[in-house]
Design a protein. Sequence first.
Length: 241
Amino acid sequence: MKKRVVLGIETSGETCRVARLEVTGNPQTAAEILLKSVITERNYSGDASRHSEMLWSLLEGVLSGQGNPKSRREKKGMAPLSAVDLIAVSIGPGSFTGLRVGLATAKVFAHFGNIPLVGVPTMEAAAEDASIRTGQREVLCALDARRGEVYASRFRRSGMFLRASGGIRICQMEEARRGLPEDVLVATEPPRAAVIAALGLARFVAGKRDDSRTLIPVYIRRPAAVERRLREVKRNKNIKK
């Protein structure tokens, strides 16, 4: 029976996460895919300035089966891509720099390896991860949006996928939880890269595929530096009045 190899990339938070799934059979849902997979995962949560460099080493590690990642200065060469059937990448919302680094890397791998690419919404994946771990069919996803706020969205199981019951809000955690039934699970952690890979394959099997030339991150809000500048401009205008 043919095995499919899926590469998952998750860089929406402070940790770079990558995973390689070797999938047996024809599972349809993310949970089934994980059960039918041999999973290799690597994470890096050190110096944020090295995330771009270390992401490549992490990917080389999972593709070649090597252990702890090394710096690209210590190890040369691109990991082989011929065995990879699909690349799935987390597209946000989340860290501006992290999402750009992750998506750019996924596009390079997809282009040079001629590999299909699927973008996976980060909040859907985080809710799916929590649902798989606990069996809950309804999840409130509340991921860190910095500045004392969270990205919040509620998901319910519908067929093979969790579906958002509304848009993504930026609010404080207390507001996100307000009026929430006790039996609704709250997910606050970014998804595992293995779940990005599994959900990417589930979406691909269902007919979803993205164009690497047009796929972009989902940012939701402006970068902090831009918001500070806009506040300064507004304040200066008020002073002049």
